[in-house]
Ligand binder design. Structure first.
Ligand code: SF4
Length: 307
């Protein structure tokens, strides 16, 4: 790694950017825009990216945080993060037409949580309290389900959980390095606990790509929203590996004062960040003297979900 000499290469992580679940959710909104009268209502931001959301807003999509904002009889799309059964029932009561853009991988976690709690078990959800994905899964996990954010919370869980079967599930966009110590505490406290689902393929691939970038780069730019869980995990991963990094919404936020004088600059993008933001980031770095661009691929991601 050259940190003091001439500017090195721009290294693009691959895979980066849109995952299959985000593509599918956006295709669902596009179809609704082409077939239904505006406004189209979407419950919660369809994906956590300000550029995507404001572009859709300009074309007639209304993002709502409460179904009260949707007129009776209108169509509402549920975001890629999924919703709880309460929201589905409320939509039914209010006679709304619903279109479900929940990622199929989140749906799989929903199904596991529902089955486990119906069989009398206790579901422990590792993730961020209040994140829409966790809220949706928690609503399907039964009255005694608990969210566990960290090892302290795992250590403080009621020992009565050991009286029943327990399962841990995690938010799809965490990092295995963070999940593992929490699971270790859960396994010690509740020896019969089983694991039913962790991070998704897209999260894992983007994190592996950042691990590789860290070996070759003096600095890493992560394109994604501060609201995006998977983008924040990419930032944390770079920093934990000792490589300075910045999370940017877009190229305008690059802090050139913090970029090293030499060495390679890595670029990646969270699962909800469009490729155009990567292109514009490359352009801006090129104008500042980083002229060579190459890709560092760790996986060939071909997964697609049908609408
Ligand atoms: Fe689905 Fe994973 Fe993408 Fe989330 S990050 S939408 S779980 S593929």
């Amino acid at each position: 790694m050259n940190e003091t000499g001439a500017k090195g290469d721009i290294i693009l992580a691959a895979p980066r950017g849109f995952c299959a679940g985000v593509r599918r959710a956006l295709e669902i909104v596009e179809t609704a825009l082409s077939e239904l009268p505006c406004p189209i209502y979407v419950f919660h931001e369809i994906v956590h990216n300000d550029h995507v959301v404001s572009e859709l807003r300009s074309r007639g999509v209304k993002f709502v945080e409460s179904l009260n904002e949707v007129p009776e009889g209108a169509t509402v799309i549920f975001s890629a993060h999924g919703v709880s059964p309460d929201i589905e029932s409320e939509a039914k009561q209010r006679k709304l037409h619903t279109i479900d853009a929940t990622c199929p991988l989140v749906k799989k976690i929903h199904a596991k949580a529902e089955k486990f709690q119906q069989d009398g078990g206790t579901v422990l959800l590792i993730g961020h309290r209040g994140h829409p994905e966790i809220t949706g899964t928690l609503g399907r996990s039964g009255a005694d389900a608990q969210v566990v954010e960290n090892i302290d919370e795992a250590a403080k869980l009621s020992s009565q959980i050991a009286d029943k079967k327990a399962i841990w599930l995690s938010q799809t966009t965490l990092c295995n390095d963070d999940i593992a110590p929490i699971v270790a505490v859960l396994e010690k406290r509740f020896p019969g606990i089983t694991g039913g689902g962790g991070i998704c393929y897209a999260t894992a691939n983007r994190q592996n790509a950042v691990r590789q970038l860290c070996r070759e780069c003096s600095f890493i730019l992560i394109i994604g929203s501060p609201k995006s869980s998977n983008s924040n995990r990419l930032l944390e991963l770079a920093l934990k590996n000792g490589v300075p990094a910045q999370l940017i919404n877009d190229a305008s936020e690059i802090n050139f004062d913090s970029l090293p004088a030499g060495g390679n600059i890595g670029i990646t993008a969270g699962a909800s960040a469009p490729e155009i933001l990567v292109t514009k980031t490359i352009e801006r770095l090129r104008n500042a003297g980083w002229t060579k661009v190459r890709e560092l691929a760790v996986a060939d991601e071909k997964k697609r979900f049908r609408k």
